[in-house]
Design a protein around this ligand. Structure first.
Ligand SMILES: [Zn+2]
Length: 84
């Protein structure tokens, strides 16, 4: 499982949605969130504004998953030759 989980989530005890990356909110108020995530939020005034501003400064979080880049980054390392 190498899926990069990120999106808007709404913890049961939160009064507004926050943006989560791998279970942690960008504003730092929430950790360990494992509920559903959705994209396409962040323009609603009810969304966490700290998360909205943090997300705006984080282009990597907004970009869709880029499997090609990940393959390029790790391709050479994973195929290290092992001789016995
Ligand atoms: Zn937040």
């Amino acid at each position: 499982m190498s899926t990069y989980e990120h999106g808007w989530g709404w913890p049961l005890r939160a009064n507004k949605p926050h943006y989560f990356i791998e279970g942690s909110s960008l504003c730092g108020r929430w950790n360990g969130y494992g509920g559903p995530l959705e994209s396409g939020r962040g323009r609603d005034q009810h969304d966490c504004q700290a998360c909205v501003s943090a997300l705006a400064k984080s282009p990597a979080a907004q970009a869709p998953a880029a499997p090609d880049a990940t393959t390029d980054a790790f391709g050479g390392v994973l195929h290290t030759e092992v001789r016995h």
